[in-house]
Design a protein around this ligand. Structure first.
Ligand code: C2E
Ligand code: MG
Ligand code: MG
Ligand code: MG
Length: 282
């Protein structure tokens, strides 16, 4: 009897696995098609100076609106792209799009592009990025690459070599989602980071949780002493912004300053002097 029940459970899992596999294959097929048919878009979210509110640039965030399912989050399809070998063409597409768009912005605005660890497994990554800069005419110092801590575990020597080539060309490197992964402080010394982005989870808790506030304070102090700029992610309220200003955080990003937007909607953001003042006034 137990055996039968066991077998039933097994069949149930098997069926469920089938559905999930099938589901994944369909999504993979659709993503491949989306890439080929240019169904993907890049949205841009402002990055602002914490004290004065001046917009220093925008983070490029990929968007996919599935023809039947509607919008699908990059949290869902980026890992899928990594698993099914689509991250290289997808990453290259985002890079080209973002650099092309940024080349039309005022020359004091940079563009930050996210890179998956999987993209670093390809030997030509640095060369490809530099080729896109050349083609689009975007100066290297207006491109920032956002990488996560998980990247640094894999093959640190190789990653370091790639980052150094880019860094020497003038590209900036930003450590994204800081504090959520494998945060080894020695990496801050070893890798050429220009910026650290404090993960949104700390910012969202900073007013309720004294430990989150302490971590934010410590990261800001660490950034100051290592001469690495610190960005706070996910700033949603004026009170969070005030606290970050008191702590002398360098940069902020979040819905308070502006949500990710299509490039056609950036016009106002590109011309106004201050996002925070605008946000505070509204
Ligand atoms: P991320 O790089 O940490 O990007 C910030 C995410 O936080 C974005 O989510 C953004 O929309 C969201 N966000 C910004 N401000 C706020 C806020 O005030 N409140 C809240 N609740 N959320 C805020 P999104 O666009 O869904 O992207 C999620 C993640 O997907 C990104 O996290 C990044 O890891 C990845 N991703 C997005 N675009 C790309 C891409 O082109 N390439 C790669 N490799 N990864 C990407
Ligand atoms: Mg990012
Ligand atoms: Mg981030
Ligand atoms: Mg984050």
């Amino acid at each position: 009897r137990a055996k039968e029940a066991g077998r039933g459970t097994f069949r149930f899992f098997e069926a469920e696995m089938d559905v999930r596999l099938q589901e994944r294959r369909l999504l993979e097929r659709d993503l491949r098609q989306a890439l080929a048919e240019e169904q993907l878009r890049v949205h841009y979210q402002p990055l602002a100076d914490c004290g004065g509110g001046k917009i220093v640039g925008f983070e490029a965030l990929v968007r996919w609106t599935h023809p039947v399912r509607g919008p699908i989050s990059p949290v869902q399809f980026i890992p899928l792209a990594e698993e099914c070998g689509l991250i290289m063409p997808l990453g290259a597409w985002v890079m080209r799009r973002a650099c092309t768009d940024a080349a039309t912005w005022p020359d004091d605005k940079l563009v930050a592009v996210n890179l998956s660890p999987a993209q670093f497994r390809h030997a030509d990554l640095a060369k490809e990025i530099l080729a896109v800069l050349k083609e689009t005419g975007l100066p290297a110092n207006r491109l920032e690459l956002e990488v996560t801590e998980s990247l640094l575990i894999d093959d640190p020597d190789r990653v370091l070599a790639t980052l150094q080539v880019l860094k020497e060309a003038g590209v900036r490197i930003s450590l994204d989602d800081f504090g959520t992964g494998y945060s080894s402080l020695s990496y801050l010394q070893r890798f050429p980071f220009d910026k650290i982005k404090i993960d949104r989870s700390f910012v969202s808790q900073m007013e309720k949780n004294a430990d989150s506030m302490s971590i934010i304070r410590a990261v800001i102090a660490l950034g100051k002493s290592l001469r690495i700029k610190v960005t706070a992610e996910g700033v949603e309220s004026a009170s969070q912004l005030n606290l970050l200003q008191q702590e002398n955080c360098d940069l902020v990003q979040g819905y308070l300053l502006g949500k990710p937007m299509a490039k056609e909607d950036l016009g106002k953001m590109l011309s106004i002097a201050s996002a925070t003042h605008e946000a505070a006034a509204s």
